[in-house]
Design a protein around this ligand. Structure first.
Ligand code: ADP
Ligand code: MG
Length: 397
């Protein structure tokens, strides 16, 4: 799950990481009020969307008086912001962060991610902040410093200091940089984050080290034990297809192909995608409907897969361990009857009560193609697609 910049800063501040003074606004009036509350003579209005690249897209505006603040807020709220990270549809802007404008002397980059190969949290720093990490890696690879953190030790001050030196911090900045590096590391670890990206981390002309922007992602599977983070979810920023799935306990990831997949178990779902590819097809989605594939869940899954207009055939692959194939088959028949499915449907059932399940499908009188193995199912789904496109392309003379 992603959180907004203002939420990420709020979370970092709990770990003593310095962030600029700021406040949230839902209207231009409130934005102007926030500016007055903050005082000073420069404010930055920042669109809160789950995407970066806002600066270049008009989602970050420096304002010199409260009238400018009002106008900048009015220009952003209720509009859609398209950045190089939002996709062409963009993201709706419903919240703004009004922040005290800083006099920036230097911009740096500081990122925390999981290094799966080393099974460690890795810190990546660069003194070339402000641009995207991919860009830094291309243009200034020599500026990038990586540090693996040993989880049994945590991040000791000497390791943070070593990184601070490598990033060019000097004098009074060093103690502040260590505070940021250690605080952000603890936030990552203690909040079950999967990514914390501070870009830019800045040194102001007054010599203060501050987090000017932060992106944070937290592990969905840990939200149950982080209710204060779970509360930060903002549905307005999510892909509606994925939100629909998550709310029903289904794991769905949209892909670009034409074969819709309904599978129970993440491993089986991955194997199904592989087999479709081997058979020469392209899957339209990853979908794990979970262990208890009740008729209701199967019906939900059909609706979800059918929402994708690109889907031209559906492959159902269920292994019933705790579950029972006859229940799943009933669910499939119900779902097909309810939704009036007009797409080729290939079903492979395996496991408990499989004969009974197959008999229910056969007796239903519905146009369901069955398969005994996953390989056969994938081949039949691809063949069904080819049959369709052949039918479409055979224009009579
Ligand atoms: P994004 O990464 O989405 O473009 P940022 O928050 O990084 O958004 O803002 C883009 C740029 O705007 C920053 O690199 C920085 O130069 C400037 N900026 C952001 N916040 C402030 C601020 N509070 N004061 C001064 N400049 C800022
Ligand atoms: Mg940024």
């Amino acid at each position: 799950m992603d959180v907004h910049e203002y939420q990420a800063k709020e979370l970092l501040a709990r770990f003593n990481v310095p962030v600029p003074a700021g406040g949230l606004a839902y209207s231009p009036e409130q934005a102007a009020y926030r500016a007055r509350e903050l005082g000073g003579d420069a404010w930055v209005i920042k669109a809160q969307v789950h995407a970066g690249g806002r600066g270049k897209a008009g989602g970050v505006k420096l304002c010199r008086d409260r009238h400018e603040v009002w106008q900048a807020a009015d220009g952003m709220l209720g509009h859609t912001l398209v950045t190089n990270q939002t996709g062409p549809a963009g993201k709706g802007v419903y919240r703004l962060l009004v922040e005290a404008g800083q006099n920036i002397a230097r911009e740096l980059y500081l990122g925390f991610v999981l290094d799966r190969e080393h099974e460690r949290i890795v810190i990546v720093g660069s003194d070339q902040g402000g641009m995207e990490i991919e860009e830094i890696a291309r243009q200034h690879p020599e500026s990038m410093h990586r540090r693996l953190v040993d989880p049994s030790v945590g991040l000791p001050a000497f390791q943070a200091r070593d990184l601070a030196f490598a990033l060019g911090f000097r004098g009074g900045e060093i103690a502040q940089a260590i505070k940021v590096i250690q605080g952000a590391y603890r936030a990552f670890r203690d909040l079950d984050a999967t990514m914390v990206e501070i870009n830019p981390l800045v040194v102001t002309q007054e010599g203060n080290v501050l987090v000017l922007d932060c992106k944070m992602q937290v592990d969905d599977n840990a939200l149950y034990r982080r209710p204060e983070v779970a509360d930060m979810r903002d549905r307005s920023q999510e892909d509606p297809r994925e939100t629909h799935a998550v709310d029903r306990g289904l794991s769905y990831v949209g892909l670009d192909g034409q074969i819709g997949c309904i599978v129970n178990g993440a491993g089986l779902a991955m194997a199904t995608l592989d087999m479709i590819k081997l058979a020469g097809g392209e899957p339209a989605n990853f979908l794990d409907i979970g262990g208890g594939a009740t008729p209701e869940r199967v019906a939900e899954a059909f609706q979800l897969v059918r929402q994708d207009g690109e889907v031209k055939a559906i492959l159902v692959n269920i292994f019933a361990g705790i579950n029972r194939c006859d229940w799943v088959a009933q669910g499939i028949v119900q779902a097909v009857e309810q939704t009036g499915l007009d797409l080729p449907l290939v079903v492979r059932l395996s496991g408990t009560h499989v004969e009974e399940g197959r008999r229910i499908l056969a007796d239903s009188g519905l146009a369901i193609t069955t398969a005994a193995t996953l390989k056969e199912a994938a081949q039949k789904a691809v063949a069904a697609l080819d049959g369709q496109s052949a039918a479409h392309t055979e224009v009579p003379a």
